[in-house]
Design a protein around this ligand. Structure first.
Ligand code: SAM
Length: 333
C-alpha cells in the first residue's frame, strides 16, 4: 500500500523572489510588509509548529507565499490562507493550482475573521482531549500581531473562533522584545500584562529569534517566534474581561508597590479602603511589585476583585482611564 511521504516535493515553481519581481509585489513599508525569502528560515518557523502532516493549517498573512511553501512541503491535509492584500491573489492562486493538497485562499482581515467553520468537523476535539491537528501559523506585521494575540486569547477563553475545535495551537512571529515579554517568567525585567495574559490561557514557548536581516526589506528590529498551546484549564478560570482589567491596572505602575495599581480599579472616593481590602482578601503583600507575582497570585487578586464587585456591582463599570462622574461614590460605612 502506498504511504504518503512525510515531506512532499513541490512541482517546479518560480522562486518567491522571482514572483515578487514578476508581479511587482514591492513590500509596502507603510503596511509593515517584510518578506522572508530564505526557505531555511521559513522551514524552521513551520517546524516550530510541531507535526502538521495530515493536519489542517491556517496561515495568516501569507503575502507572496514563502512560509506557505514550507507548510505545503510538510504535506498537511488542507491549508487555508487569510490575506488582506489583494495584490497577492495571483501568486497564491498559482501556488494553490500547483500543489496536490487542498489550499483555500480567503481575502480578509484576520483581526475580524471568524474561523469557526473553516476546518473539518471531524478534527473537532473536546478541551479535555489532546490538541486537535489544526495549526495557526503566521508572520504578520508587528502592529497586527499584538492586537491579534489579545483577540485570540479572548476567543481561547470563550472557546470560540478557531478554539471551537479545541485547543488549537498558534505559531506566530512578534517583534523580539514582544516575544520575550510573552514568555517572560516571574521576576524577569520583561514581565508584563501580556506575559500574565498569555501564560494564563496558554503554554508558551519562545522558540527562537530571526535576525532582522533575514527579511526584505529589513525591519529595524529582530523577530521572535512564539508557540502557544491553550491549556486544558486556564490558571485563572475567570472571564477574560476580569483578568484583563485586573492585570492591566496592576501593571499600570510596574515598578511601584502593587497597591498603587490595585487602587486604579476603584473610584478615588473609595480606592484606599477597597484596594487594601482586595490585597487582604487575596492574602497578597501590598508592597510587592507587579513583576514579583505568579499567575496564581494574580488569580487570587482577580477572585478578590470579584468578591468586592459582588458587594458593589456598579464598580465593574469603573474605568480609571475614563473621565467619570461621582456615580461611583460608595458609602463604605
Ligand atoms: N508571510 C509572508 C512572509 O513571511 O514573507 C509575509 C509577511 S508580511 C510581514 C505580513 C503579511 O500579512 C502581508 O502579506 C500583509 O498583507 C498581511 N496582513 C497584514 N495585515 C493583515 C490582516 N489584518 N489580515 C490578513 N493579512 C494581513
Amino acid at each position: 500500500m502506498a504511504t504518503k511521504a512525510s515531506k512532499i516535493i513541490l512541482p517546479p515553481l518560480y522562486s518567491v523572489r522571482d514572483i515578487i519581481k514578476l508581479y511587482r509585489l514591492r513590500a509596502i513599508r507603510e503596511l509593515s510588509q517584510n518578506f522572508l525569502l530564505d526557505s531555511r528560515v521559513t522551514d524552521k518557523i513551520v517546524r516550530a509548529a510541531g507535526n502538521i502532516k495530515d493536519g489542517e493549517v491556517c496561515e495568516v498573512g501569507p503575502g507572496p507565499g514563502s512560509i506557505t511553501r514550507s507548510i505545503l512541503r510538510k504535506n498537511p491535509s488542507k491549508l487555508i490562507v487569510i490575506e488582506k492584500d489583494r495584490r497577492f491573489q495571483a501568486p497564491l492562486e498559482m501556488l494553490a493550482e500547483a500543489v496536490p493538497c487542498q489550499m483555500d485562499i480567503i481575502f480578509g482581515d484576520v483581526l475580524t475573521f471568524n474561523m469557526e467553520r473553516i476546518f473539518n468537523e471531524c478534527n473537532l476535539r473536546q478541551w479535555s482531549e489532546n490538541a486537535p491537528s489544526i495549526h495557526l501559523i503566521g508572520n504578520l506585521p508587528f502592529n497586527v500581531a499584538t492586537p491579534l494575540i489579545i483577540r485570540w486569547l479572548r476567543a481561547v477563553s470563550e472557546k470560540k473562533n478557531a478554539w471551537r475545535y479545541g485547543r488549537v495551537a498558534m505559531t506566530l512571529t512578534f517583534q523580539k522584545e514582544v516575544a520575550e515579554r510573552i514568555a517572560a517568567p516571574i521576576l524577569s525585567p520583561q514581565r508584563c500584562r501580556l506575559s500574565v495574559m498569555c501564560q494564563n490561557w496558554c503554554h508558551v514557548e519562545h522558540k527562537f529569534n530571526i535576525p532582522g536581516k533575514a527579511f526584505v526589506p529589513k525591519p529595524d528590529v529582530d523577530v521572535g517566534v512564539v508557540h502557544l498551546v491553550p491549556l486544558h484549564t486556564p490558571v485563572i478560570d475567570l472571564p477574560f474581561e476580569i483578568v484583563e482589567k485586573v492585570t492591566r491596572c496592576i501593571f499600570h505602575f510596574r515598578q511601584k508597590y502593587l497597591i498603587r495599581g490595585v487602587e486604579t480599579l476603584f473610584p478615588i472616593s473609595s480606592q484606599e479602603v477597597l484596594a487594601q481590602e482586595m490585597c487582604k482578601l487575596a492574602d497578597i503583600e501590598q508592597t510587592l511589585r507587579p513583576f514579583q507575582l505568579t499567575v496564581p497570585e494574580f488569580g487570587r487578586l482577580c477572585h478578590a476583585y470579584c468578591e468586592i464587585i459582588s458587594k458593589h456591582p456598579t464598580l465593574i463599570r469603573y474605568n480609571s482611564r475614563e473621565k467619570q462622574k461621582d456615580e461611583f461614590h460608595l458609602d463604605l460605612q
